[in-house]
Design a protein around this ligand. Structure first.
Ligand SMILES: [Zn+2]
Length: 196
């Protein structure tokens, strides 16, 4: 890492409800880092994507080079895999890690690493998701992205900016990984409305 990169270290949190494009924004920044020849490591809790020859393709069709993607179930898993020469650490879905992540990201930034996280701030009930509040408080930069409210009434979508994640049906567990069959983006007003 060059001196100039070292002095650029910061913590950025990309936050928004489900379907707001957090991973898309992460990928945009990943592409910028790569074009600057930064060494980047992208951490995910698991890989549910199709494998291409040399890339990992997300369900949105975003491509991360395979050698840049690392599986980490815990914060310790991340730390163990961080390479000395890494300029930027990217972590997808940081809300799923335990609270030890808050102290660790500060340490990594203090050591000169750029850290960029995606973060679902609240669960389907609207409660703070795991370490989300502390991560937002510690961020040097917060990038908020919005989806559009998918509540439908009389055949028309609301389509106001969505800041909440709504869970359809009647599942009680807080952490249930799912896609559009289970979740939808909702505005504040329509997040409160029960499913029909
Ligand atoms: Zn709405």
């Amino acid at each position: 890492m060059s001196k100039s990169k070292e002095s650029q270290a910061y913590l950025e949190v990309i936050t928004g409800a489900m379907f707001s494009g957090k991973t898309r924004e992460l990928h945009r920044q990943y592409s910028v880092f790569k074009s600057c020849h930064f060494n980047v490591q992208v951490f995910k809790r698991d890989i549910d994507q199709r494998y291409a020859q040399d890339e990992i393709v997300t369900h949105d069709g975003l491509r991360f080079a395979k050698q840049d993607v690392f599986i980490a179930k815990t914060v310790d898993d991340i730390e163990r895999q961080i390479k000395k020469g890494t300029d930027a650490i990217m972590i997808d879905e940081a809300q799923f890690y335990d609270s030890s992540i808050v102290k660790k990201v500060d340490e990594w930034v203090d050591k000169g690493k750029i850290v960029v996280l995606t973060l679902l701030p609240t669960d389907y009930r609207g409660e703070t998701f795991g370490p989300a509040g502390d991560l937002l408080a510690h961020a040097d930069k917060i990038t908020q992205v919005f989806g559009r409210c998918m509540f439908m009434e009389n055949g028309l979508y609301c389509h106001k900016p969505a800041t909440k994640t709504f869970r359809k049906g009647d599942v009680k567990d807080v952490v249930v990984v799912g896609g559009s069959e289970l979740y939808e983006a909702r505005c504040r007003q329509h997040h409160k409305i029960k499913d029909k």
